[in-house]
Design a protein around this ligand. Structure first.
Ligand SMILES: [Zn+2]
Length: 267
């Protein structure tokens, strides 16, 4: 099966850290954020990632803008697909800017690496704010946990990369004349973020923003119970891959925050 890949621009976000004593801190400014609609030869579609929500961006002075052409469901409809007809979502990973739109696809089964759930139980305090289980917790029954590389549909396979997050995965898609790999946030490392911002900053941030960012006590026990019932252990022997490692695996690599992708109607 061959696919057309429609990049859907959810919007742009700026993550700012207004910290005295951290003048050299690199801001993350006006970053485009995409989800991807994959439409096959029969007109059936699935999505890779689900976009972000401007009210849930980590960082005290962070802000964002939505796509001027509409909200995510409008954009999906503009491509000729009804959101309720989407039966599968593949998540490259579970950070806030990839999972917040899950509720727009109520009929979809959600495919994620087991390692991505597993990592939630051992997060550093700083990492907690990058995940937003409040946006997907109620959909746990629709999750399919993957353990390494696997085929999702003819022409669509996932490659577990790790790296950016422990269960990060790339998605390789067969298109008309070439293969395309959606590499999620593989080129990004968060190490610099954790080393530049002290724990007190995130505590202050969580106190200001409240519940969605204080999910460990409230949601984690139930997530753990559900996860254990699945009896899956992520393969610890899987080697993490870098962008360079996956470069030869497809004709074109596409990053989730690629600049100027909206100029292309489809890939
Ligand atoms: Zn991202």
């Amino acid at each position: 099966m061959k696919y057309r890949i429609y990049p859907v621009l959810a919007g742009h976000f700026t993550v700012t850290f207004n910290m005295e004593n951290f003048p050299s801190f690199p801001g993350i400014n006006n970053i485009p954020s995409y989800l991807f609609l994959l439409v096959d030869e029969n007109g059936d579609a699935i999505v890779v990632d689900t976009g972000f929500d401007i009210d849930n961006i980590p960082g005290i002075d962070s802000h964002g803008t939505c796509n001027i052409n509409g909200q995510i469901p409008d954009l999906i409809r503009q491509a000729g697909i009804k959101p309720e007809d989407i039966k599968k979502i593949i998540l490259t990973h579970m950070h806030w800017d990839h999972t917040c739109g899950i509720h727009f696809f109520p009929e979809a089964e959600i495919y994620v690496q087991a390692g991505e759930i597993d990592c939630l139980f051992t997060l550093m305090d700083n990492e907690e704010i990058s995940f937003n289980p409040g946006h997907w917790f109620k959909r746990l029954d629709s999750f399919t946990l993957l353990n390494g590389d696997t085929s999702i549909l003819p022409g669509v396979e996932v490659i577990r990369t790790g790296g950016h997050t422990p269960g990060h995965q790339a998605v390789k898609i067969q298109c008309e004349n070439r293969s395309v790999m959606l590499i999620g946030d593989l080129p990004f490392s968060y190490e610099w973020l954790w080393t530049h911002l002290p724990g007190q900053y995130w505590k202050k941030f969580r106190d200001l923003k409240g519940k969605n960012f204080y999910w460990k006590n409230e949601l984690l026990p139930d997530i753990k119970r559900w996860y254990r019932s699945k009896k899956i252990t992520p393969d610890k022997n899987l080697k993490d891959l870098t962008t360079k490692d996956v470069r030869s695996m497809a004709d074109l690599l596409v990053f989730s925050h690629e600049k100027n992708l909206e100029e292309k109607k489809y890939l």
